[in-house]
Design a protein around this ligand. Structure first.
Ligand code: EVH
Ligand code: ZN
Length: 246
């Protein structure tokens, strides 16, 4: 169609609404094993869509394995999506409920493919962990990230950021949903095994407001606040969402 946000012929687009009662418990799903090395953390970059925390993915130091995955996947970056107000902001919804924000940890299949750019084009190339953020207590681990945001206020700014372990942003509850989907920003390729954690993490109002002080625009351009950087819900089509829990 004419809208740039739909892929012509797409059959496994993301995000989707997760209808809890329609998800199917799969007893063969394994626990997801997460092992990140904080020394692989490189920098924070405002890319004009979100702010990305990028990792050195030249080794297998920061990986996930298990869950629905056939083999291990390397951490490349994590980023967030959020709203202008707390009533919306997440990309996925649960029983049509939006959360104020959603964290995506993006990993690629370095066993089968030589680079992230190659893996992006393959059906089993990527694995993204989605974590919902809800309004509540201040999140101490997130605060180190929030404190650095003023330095990446404008599009195409980067700041060095090291010794951060993003597993502090992932709930300890092992429960997740999983389904075959796509990237939610260009190139929107249908290469993602989504792993959506059932439990949200809590962040406070000031931390959400800090996200909203970022800009889509470069220094010198007319300022546009970076908010509502989430893609509209996509049709489920012929897909089943599996759950790791009953
Ligand atoms: N939002 S997402 O995690 O699907 C993504 N990562 C890289 C490009 N798009
Ligand atoms: Zn994302």
């Amino acid at each position: 169609s004419s809208s740039p946000l739909t892929i012509p012929g797409g059959t496994r687009q993301s995000p989707i609404n997760i209808q809890w009662r329609d998800s199917v418990y799969d007893p063969f799903l394994k626990p997801l094993k997460i092992s990140y090395d904080p020394t692989t953390c490189l920098h924070i970059w405002n890319n004009g869509y979100s702010f990305l925390v990028e990792f050195d993915d030249s080794t297998d130091k920061s990986i996930i394995v298990g869950g629905p995955l056939e083999n291990q996947y390397r951490l490349k970056q994590f980023h967030f999506h959020w709203g202008a107000i707390n009533d919306w902001g997440s990309e996925h919804t649960v029983d049509s409920k939006f959360y104020p924000a959603e964290l995506h940890l993006v990993h690629w299949n370095a066993v089968d493919y030589p680079s992230f750019e190659d893996a992006v084009m393959e059906g089993n190339g990527l694995a993204v962990i989605g974590v919902f953020l809800k309004l509540g207590a201040r999140h101490e681990g997130l605060q180190t990230l929030v404190d650095a945001l003023p330095a990446v206020r404008h599009k195409d700014t980067v700041i060095e950021f090291d010794e951060f372990d993003p597993s502090c942003l992932i709930p300890s509850c092992p429960d997740y949903w999983t389904y075959a989907g796509s990237l939610t920003t260009p190139p929107l390729t249908e290469s993602v095994t989504w792993i959506i954690k059932k439990k949200p993490i809590e962040v406070d109002e000031d931390q959400l407001e800090a996200f909203r002080t970022l800009l889509f625009t470069s220094d010198g351009e007319e300022e546009r606040r970076m908010v509502d950087n989430f893609r509209p819900l996509q049709p489920l089509m012929n897909r089943t969402v599996r759950s790791s829990f009953q």
